[in-house]
Design a protein around this ligand. Structure first.
Ligand code: 5AD
Ligand code: SF4
Length: 479
């Protein structure tokens, strides 16, 4: 095994956070140094992220800590430290993790010093942790979504132990600020504004694995964004499971609309995005703020889930088909050129042909710029998992295919509406197929490819949108 000499620090372990984690980062650095000496090279790490933008942001936090203690990132899983940041929103996300773990074991057999850690939503499920304890005993560390800020401390425990370290909390009211973060992109960043969800949509496991809603203090959010801007960020994505209920549980309540107005004032910040909005909480104030904002992007992701008012009630969504359509109309009246995207679930228990046709009808009426369509996945512990009349697989599959085809046709018709216009593009990277091109995004989130060079990355430039090819534009930079 690792054969490390125990690191003893001259100062006691701090009680307070984040100081306590900085202390453990110092301890971890020393262990990393010992392992480097043993191997005669730098140690490498690989973080693999499953699921949503929240997880992507959490992975940046894990990366920040690993880099601070001396690990170097690598894009292969044949690394000294591999961590899977998991998702459990649908069953197939879980299966992927088990499959990949088997493959990792091959590497670990060759190098016993290798460390394997698992974290994220899937680890919040007791039966998952039990399964890993019994069938994947080579895993070194398991932690959950509530104690990710303790990663440095847990890593030290795992390095010192010769057994699996498991630390998963049921819930927390704690938010720890000011830990290191390593961004994937230099010019754009996710910013958590709240954690958890209180909605308990009847199909969804998220409230059980991410805990109750907790909002960050506006001053902490603003300070983080100001620092990001000083560091070259021009676009932020404000993240929360339900951003429209931001601020309700703060000592001095603040609305999401008010927060956006404060963020708008930050000089040097060019674009603001946010994710995800729940239709039931989307206020008139927010629409008003979007209408007058110069920075909020012309894109709204507004999950529908189902177009059937009957099913929406059983799903515990707190809106009807008509209310959803009215909301869309209000938003379009205020911000006419806004792109609308959505999430839709097909095959929720008891979904009839009539219910499904209601969903198709909303898709028709709204005309989404794009839609994520999901086959209902039964999540143990949610009310929907207990419901009778689960829909037969072949019926769900047929409905799903029909919905997807329609969604794609409508999206293709929508695309191209901006052809011939000149619009600002935030250039994100060199084009993967053709290195003479760069790729970026419009405010409405459409992709644009244009002739360009690396120095354009991270810049907002006016681009003439010459032609639309399916789901992207070809453009030319305008002087
Ligand atoms: N089955 C299928 N899709 C689901 N989602 C959430 N829970 C489930 C489930 N049990 C979808 C919803 C949500 C998106 C993130 O995932 O559409 O908006
Ligand atoms: Fe899940 Fe509903 Fe919360 Fe979204 S709002 S995370 S779908 S419970």
């Amino acid at each position: 095994m690792r054969e490390l000499t125990e690191v003893k620090m001259s100062t006691p372990v701090p009680e307070m956070e984040p100081q306590r984690q900085f202390y453990y980062m110092e301890v971890a650095k020393e262990y990393v140094r010992q392992l480097e000496e043993k191997k005669g090279r730098k140690l490498t790490f690989h973080v693999s992220t499953f699921g949503c933008q929240m997880n992507a942001r959490d992975s940046e936090k894990l990366t920040g800590i690993l880099e601070t203690i001396g690990y170097v990132e690598t894009d292969t899983e044949e690394a000294d430290f591999v961590i899977y940041n998991t998702c459990t929103v649908r069953e197939n996300a879980n299966n992927k993790v088990y499959g990949r773990l088997g493959y990792l074991n091959g590497f670990k057999k060759k190098d016993h010093d290798m460390m394997i850690a698992l974290c994220g939503c899937m680890m919040q499920e007791e039966k998952v942790v039990e399964k890993i304890r019994s069938s994947y005993r080579f895993v070194d560390l398991i932690f959950g979504t509530h104690n990710i800020y303790k990663f440095a401390e847990l890593l030290v425990q795992a390095l010192e132990a010769d057994r699996m370290v498991v630390d998963v909390w049921k819930d927390t009211d704690k938010i720890v600020e000011d830990l290191p973060v390593e961004r994937k992109y230099s010019f754009k960043s996710g910013v958590n504004i709240m954690f958890g969800c209180n909605n308990f949509c009847s199909y969804c496991i998220v409230p059980y694995v991410r805990g109750r809603e907790r909002s960050r203090e506006p001053k902490d959010i603003i300070r983080e964004i100001e620092h990001l801007v000083e560091d070259g960020v021009v676009e932020v994505m404000l993240l929360g499971q339900n951003v429209n209920s931001y601020g309700k549980n703060l000592e001095h309540p603040v609305t999401f609309a008010q927060l956006l107005q404060e963020v708008e004032k930050i000089e040097g910040l060019e674009r603001i995005r946010f994710m995800t909005s729940h239709p039931k909480d989307l206020s008139d104030d927010l629409i008003e703020v979007m209408k007058h904002s110069k920075k909020i992007c012309k894109h709204l992701h507004l999950p529908l889930q189902s177009g059937s008012s009957r099913l929406l009630k059983i799903m515990n969504r707190h809106y009807t088909k008509e209310q959803y359509l009215e909301l869309v109309e209000k938003i379009r009246a205020a911000v006419p050129d806004i792109a609308l995207t959505t999430d839709i679930i097909v095959g929720f228990p008891g979904e009839t042909d009539e219910d499904f046709m209601e969903t198709m009808d909303v898709v028709e009426k709204v005309g989404y710029d794009s839609a994520f369509t999901f086959i209902y996945s039964k999540r143990t512990g949610t009310p929907a998992a207990e419901m009778e009349d689960q829909v037969p697989e072949e019926v769900v599959k047929a409905r799903f295919d029909r919905l997807l085809a329609r969604v794609q046709t409508i999206a293709a018709q929508k695309a191209g509406a901006l052809t011939g216009k000149t619009m600002e593009v935030l250039v994100e990277h060199i084009n993967e197929q053709d290195s003479h091109l760069v790729t970026g995004r419009l405010s409405n989130n459409s992709t644009v490819h244009l002739p360009g060079t690396e120095d354009m990355i991270g810049k907002l430039i006016p681009v003439y949108l010459k032609e639309c090819k399916g789901f992207y534009y070809l453009g030319e930079a305008v002087e």
